[in-house]
Design a binder for this molecule. Sequence first.
Ligand code: KG4
Ligand code: ZN
Length: 343
Amino acid sequence: MRVLAVETSCDETAAAVVDDGRRVASSVVSSQVDLHARFGGVVPELASRAHVELIVPIVTEALELAGLDQRGRPVLPAADGPGAPIDAVAATVGPGLVGSLLVGVSLSKALAMAWDVPFVGVNHLEGHLYASFLEEPALELPVVVLLVSGGHTLLVEVTAPGAYQVLGGTKDDAAGEAFDKVARYLGLGYPGGPAIDRVAGDGDPELVRFPRAPMEGTYDFSFSGLKTAVVNYVDRNPEIRTEDVAASFQEAVVDVLVEKTFKAAVSLGVRGVCLAGGVAANSRLRERACAAGAGLGLPVHLPSRAMCTDNAAMIGAAGYFALARDGASGWGAGAEPGLGFGA
Ligand code: KG4
Ligand code: ZN
């Protein structure tokens, strides 16, 4: 089954064609980072306006790269061409910015209606869980997935496609939010995660021991105290090098993420650990997760950086399994900016 997927939950306009929930025929992502950088964060109204302008060209490009025309049909006769027509259209319905979500949901429903195929609404967070499966279709389940993005920090056990158990999550700031806020405070610009990752490479991760919130007896996380500790420390020690603050802060975040993830993996006896979400692109987190997995003899699945950050291929995979599990979404499906996960 061929799914056209659309992702417009935040500031990436993305479209992809995914076959059987596992093979990516095409994936196109247009980032609006440059548009928002001078404001130090995503400006919702600008994001929605940019999605409206970009969505048709991006969807057209994804279709073309998969050998399809603007009606979702193969350009070449089936005997010569690579592909089949589009069987379903999936779009992120939430969580995210309402104005951004509406653009992707409206276009996707219109295409599904015009092409007479089902529409399926996808939870953006569920999409992130599929990143590793797309790149390693033979990956063995169950796994524990650490999903760390700009808006969410979740630890999830995946026993089968579509079967999840949320083990814990952040009680305040998401991991990516902490990176972005600390980067802004340090004057490193937006987006903050990649900037901290970059400068931390030249810093000493052990120079300052910032607090690690233990959240004893749970798989929950808390990062707002750490952010405050960084601000207080720098205010009292203005001579400290930014590289050292960035490296020490990053180490504190990575310490708790890695410790809880592998504790959960061991106690549940799963077959591996996957990282997902934008923060999973972090070099130190990837390095430490690999080392922890090697120490325990547990496979660690690290999606490519492009698959960690927002993209539509992951929405196509989640959409395929959601359609198989629950059937099509109703035509009344709308944007759900506050959509939760695993409740
Ligand atoms: O998954 P994502 O692209 O969008 C959301 O759904 O939120 O994640 C974006 C987040 C941002 O907070 C960004 O700063 C962070 O991922 N991020 C990183 C890195 N690359 C992106 N954080 C730490 N290190 C990175 N290399
Ligand atoms: Zn995301």
